[in-house]
Design a binder for this molecule. Structure first.
Ligand SMILES: NC(=O)c1ccc[n+]([C@@H]2O[C@H](COP(=O)([O-])OP(=O)(O)OC[C@H]3O[C@@H](n4cnc5c(N)ncnc54)[C@H](O)[C@@H]3O)[C@@H](O)[C@H]2O)c1
Length: 317
């Protein structure tokens, strides 16, 4: 069923990707631009145009709040990932919360005008407490400006769907890694990527605390599959799905797997955690996405690390 649904993905539609020059957005663009007209709207605050090189699409530089002027034509589908992507950015500038909420409101206004479906980037960080694995219907705990912003965007999307019939799916993504498009994210890249790239240089991986914090690491190809399936979802006007693998690994285990894959014996080094209210544990209950979307992640952490290792070696040739 999953493979059939992927084959049915839209053709000859106009698809707008906000944040399309970033890691995940450009990976989605790559998958859909051959069969559709793709417009990328990106302010290049953390993304890079190099992520789009070789792809046939229409790039427009600007903030989501400028969407009405920069993307005046009607679109059929919006993938909304153009929302500042790191906790640190919001800690350094709290006014970002308001700007990104207003940018998202502009995206939703366009979706209503164009009768376009919206798939929205949300985050596993909004759980930060409670039972594990985390379920979509459990209470969330907001402990920083990044998650406050993300939860507000989810709630506004639901409001637009109730009041203005906007069709929306929010994907609470868990620790995405894989491929080379994370290069531009430097210090904001995923821990798997940071560890692997350091260890390939013969340097010890560095973890905050004692390395027992966990994440549900999800490979980029699985992430893109789920975004495409979510765009086809038509059984309800508004839905929230976890997007993870259903497995948690601590940072020490990640270091061990990388040592095994690349044939090193580098020990984890530890340093104090500078982040207040750090998310200590993240682990997705994937039951809802499996049952309703027919989605389950295919790539294990070890397979994902092997793939990332191979593509990095190829890139270095
Ligand atoms: N990578 C992960 O593990 C992960 C997990 C959960 C949620 N997310 C969310 O998914 C989205 C994409 O993440 P990513 O890893 O590709 O990050 P990224 O930083 O590589 O991509 C974000 C892109 O959006 C652009 N952007 C940011 N704010 C914008 C705005 N207001 N208007 C226009 N463009 C804007 C940036 O320039 C960048 O190209 C982000 O919203 C992020 O918070 C990512």
């Amino acid at each position: 069923m999953f493979e059939d649904m992927k084959k049915q993905f839209h053709q000859n539609k106009t698809i707008l990707i906000t944040g399309g020059a970033g890691f995940i957005g450009s990976s989605i663009a790559e998958r859909v631009c051959r069969d559709n007209k793709v417009i990328v709207l990106d302010d290049l605050s953390t993304g890079a145009k190099e992520n789009l090189s070789g792809l046939v699409l229409d790039f427009r530089q600007g903030h989501t709040s400028q969407i009405a002027e920069l993307v005046p034509e009607k679109v059929d589908l919006i993938f909304h990932l153009g929302i500042a992507s790191s906790t640190m950015l919001y800690l350094n500038d709290r006014t970002l919360v308001g700007r990104e909420i207003n940018g998202s409101i502009a995206v939703f206004e366009k979706a209503v005008r164009d009768k376009a479906k919206v798939v929205i980037a949300s985050s596993s960080s909004i759980y930060n407490q409670g039972d594990f694995p985390s379920k979509e219907n459990q209470a969330v705990k907001i402990t920083d400006f990044y998650t406050e912003c993300r939860l507000s965007i989810e709630r506004l999307a639901e409001l637009y769907s109730i009041l203005y019939n906007m069709r929306a799916v929010c994907l609470r993504m868990f620790a995405v890694y894989g491929g080379l498009r994370e290069k531009g994210k430097t210090k904001f890249a995923n821990m798997v990527t940071k560890f692997l790239w350091r260890m390939m240089d013969g340097k010890n991986p560095v973890s905050y605390g004692d390395g027992t914090q966990t994440r549900d690491f999800t490979y980029i190809d699985d992430i893109v599959d789920c975004w495409l399936l979510s765009a086809l979802w038509d059984k309800s006007r508004f839905e929230i799905f976890n997007l993870g693998t259903g497995k948690e690994y601590d940072f020490n285990a990640v270091g061990e797997i990388i040592n095994k894959v690349i044939g090193t014996n580098l020990e984890m080094q530890y340093e104090p955690n500078p982040l207040p209210n750090f998310v200590f544990r993240a682990w997705a209950d994937t039951g809802k996405a499996e049952k309703l979307l027919g989605f389950s992640a295919k790539i294990t952490l070890e397979q994902g690390i092997k793939k990332l290792h191979e593509s990095t070696l190829k890139d270095q040739e």
